[in-house]
Design a protein around this ligand. Structure first.
Ligand code: ADP
Length: 480
């Protein structure tokens, strides 16, 4: 698929802007070949976009939920109809296998549908007063202009997961996608344009992350920053938001433990752990990063898992049957390999993989890897790897493994595998995580609240909770 040069990658106030400044190259991470150039804009363009969004907010916030719903629903339909082509673009810029990319586009469209439905359900409250002469009500009001900053690992669904609830609530948006994956963002803006979104309601700026971020942070008009990315950048945004006391929703790093108990269905658990670790090549914030297996089943389970991992097919995401694509860039590969080397130097045993993939493509590929004899002092047991390595540790005591699972500053997702309902509930209640998957490793869905605790962030995306993030509650007290 040929993609034209996109110096017009800035969508401001309903039109695609010519940009005669610097451009930035977008690469295919499988081949390292350039795909296209996009505008490398900065503060000035972001300020224009904020101004447009602030102007549009005046009328968009006064539309009825049903009016907003109609446009979001149209956008959902358009995105679904075009899912194959959008999936191809996503694979080209991000690397994930095409079936995963098309699945992501459909998932992204599902957020538009869900919030099209929610748009007309922004209910308020009537509070029974303790004073006979007063009446009390609570009115939800859209927070204002929203700055959305999105990552490269889900170039489509992270956008709609943020933008759809903001728009449904009556907010307007300035979006800054990751520099690695601006093309899906451009396509999503085109979807909104075609769906009839009024000018200025959604705006897109590609370019200098720091400068765009500064413009969003420095503006009084931007009342909410919604961000998915690293904990370090999340902390920076939080600090800098203090000046204008902005609202924040932060989806930051994770370090997900998966625990396989002796009463698990081992075949099912092995398949699920495989999906959890190797989807998107380990580059999701809820990917299993540490695997704890009960010692009584460890040998049998590890053998099953190793057999499955050894069969994974590596290659370009555009090739049929590919299951493992490239890592996003060289830095990612270096980090993954450093975790491997550190573990091996401290005594870990490599059961599969253990090195970059020496295939026929230039991209930064890594062999799907399993490590056993893993100890707590290894970096991989303490930091997010964001790549295709599973470190396995055994355990023999339920409360001990819960303590190990909780022994981290992160608190996004955790997974447990057991066929014992009492144990599932008991363990879930002790896990300090925003999300617990019980025999389920794909918990993200439009209707449910997704989000972490501790240093994995705050706020929720998805469900009615996701729309609440973009609403202020105005309390009205009426004397009668
Ligand atoms: P990663 O290391 O996985 O790319 P980042 O947190 O660096 O995670 O990136 C997530 C998003 O945050 C991207 O869109 C990136 O461009 C953006 N970003 C990075 N640094 C800043 C910054 N200083 N201000 C605003 N956005 C930033």
């Amino acid at each position: 698929m040929q993609i034209e040069t996109m110096t017009k990658s800035l969508f401001i106030n309903g039109s695609w802007r010519d940009f005669d400044g610097k451009t930035e190259t977008v690469y295919n991470p499988a081949t390292l070949e350039p795909i296209t150039e996009v505008a490398y804009a900065g503060k000035k363009e972001t300020e224009e976009a904020i101004e447009a969004a602030a102007e549009a907010f005046l009328s968009w916030s006064e539309t009825t939920g049903r009016e907003r719903s109609t446009i979001l629903y149209k956008a959902h339909q358009l995105m679904l109809e075009d899912a194959e082509r959008l999936g191809k673009i996503l694979t080209m810029e991000q690397g994930k296998p095409l079936n995963e990319a098309i699945g992501e586009v459909k998932g992204a469209a599902a957020f538009l549908l869900w919030y099209a439905e929610e748009a007309s359900r922004g209910y308020g409250e009537w509070i029974p007063s303790s004073n006979k002469n007063k009446r009390m009500l609570v009115i939800p009001r859209p927070v204002g202009v929203v700055g959305a900053i999105t990552p490269w690992n889900f170039p489509a669904s992270m956008i709609t997961r943020k933008i759809a609830p903001a728009l449904a609530a009556g907010c307007t948006v300035v979006l800054k996608p990751a520099p690695e994956t601006p093309l899906s963002a451009i396509e999503i803006m085109k979807v909104f344009e075609k769906a009839g979104m009024p000018n200025g309601v959604v705006n897109l700026i590609t370019g200098d992350s720091k400068a765009i971020g500064e413009a969003l942070l420095e503006s009084k008009e931007v009342r909410h920053i919604t961000f998915t990315g690293s904990t370090a950048v999340g902390k920076y945004l939080m600090q800098e938001s203090a000046n204008h006391v902005k609202k924040l929703s932060l989806e930051l790093g994770g370090h997900a433990p998966s625990i396989v108990f002796e009463d698990a269905d081992l075949e099912k658990a092995a398949t699920l752990v495989l999906g959890s670790k190797f989807r998107n090549n380990g580059q999701t914030c809820i990917c299993t990063n540490r695997l704890y297996v009960h010692e009584s089943i460890a040998e049998q389970f590890t053998a099953k898992l190793t057999e499955k991992v050894a069969q994974l097919k590596i290659g370009s995401g555009l090739e049929k049957d590919t299951e493992i694509g490239p890592l996003i860039n060289k830095k990612a590969l270096e980090k993954v390999h450093s975790h491997l080397e550190d573990a091996v130097s401290k005594g870990a045993k490599v059961l599969n993989g253990g090195a970059p993939w020496d295939g026929n493509l230039k991209g930064h590929f890594y062999q799907p890897t399993i490590l056993s004899e893993v100890t707590n002092d290894m970096v991989i047991m303490n930091e997010e790897t964001f790549g295709p390595i599973i470190p396995i540790q055994t355990f023999n005591d339920e409360s001990d493994v819960i303590n190990k699972a909780n022994d981290t500053d992160y608190g996004l997702a955790s997974f447990i595998f057991t066929e014992n309902t009492s144990r599932a509930i008991r363990v879930t209640e002790k896990l300090d995580y925003g999300i617990v998957g019980v025999n389920d490793v794909f918990p993200a869905s439009p209707e449910a609240p997704f989000g972490g605790i501790k240093q994995s962030g705050n706020g929720k995306e998805g469900g009615n909770h996701g729309m609440d993030e973009f609403l202020e509650q105005q309390f009205v007290s009426i004397g009668i």
